[in-house]
Write a protein that binds this ligand. Sequence first.
Ligand code: 3PG
Length: 305
Amino acid sequence: MKVLVATEKPFSKIAVDGIKAVTDAAGYELVLLEKYTEKKQFLDAVADVDALIIRSDKVDAEVLDAAKNLKIVVRAGAGYDNIDLAAATAHNVVAMNTPGQNANSVAELVFGLLVYGVRNFFNGTSGTELLGKKLGILAFGNVGRNVARVAKGFGMEVVAYDAFCPAEAIEAAGVKAAKNQEELFETCDIVSLHIPATPETKQSINYDLVGKLKKGGILVNTARKEVIDEAGLIKLMEERTDLKYLTDIKPDADAEFAEKFAGRYFATPKKMGAQTAEANVNAGIAAANQIVGFLRDGITKFKVN
Ligand code: 3PG
């Protein structure tokens, strides 16, 4: 069996070594395609592989057509909106993710962005503290739960809303549950997004919703750029000069945000949420184990198609 790790944004070496230890133990061959710049390189590399590990790398019908022997693709991470699930099913390819494995890494970055934001991007002027502020967490999955845990360490008041998680489960985790996302935005000083990009959530973070934030409000996005209605957010930030937007995923209109909202907008140059040795090791090795579990024993836990 041949396993390809195709990562435009590579894992740390320790994670690749860990993946190799798993595939070696199973008697599989491991090949790497890192930092590729052309889709053609990806198409060539998948031609003869049985299994594929990816990160945000796009697996569409063209990639699946090129991957004649492919049986399984594992997204080493949480969000699998980069895999065309219908095409994978049509090609008889199992798609999986590795939920939770990089959640702490993303959650810690939320606070990196927040401290940077409330201290005015370290420009020397007087900022504010997080202690006592109300943090709204939109979607209480693995990342949202980790954000809640860290927020308590900062002494923040924590509220969450999740369309798929009942209020009782949120409250059982020691977090106040909001009735809906409108209430979350209306009552919090800061809202941190942890929703996946789905047809329902795309562009759902819009002018009206973000406009409910209190004076001095901050929106933090370590989820997906697609959930933001960029034109609506730009219009709002033009009108509300008190609002800040901090994101780990550059919007399509990054240049416009940067030009119009200096001092109120920050985007990481490259998505950094899951970019820690620990998250790479957790997600990469989980992906390798899931591949062996599926190819050898037919285990389909974490299958998403
Ligand atoms: C995820 O969905 O797991 C995160 O967005 C991480 O994405 P990355 O592997 O491209 O860093």
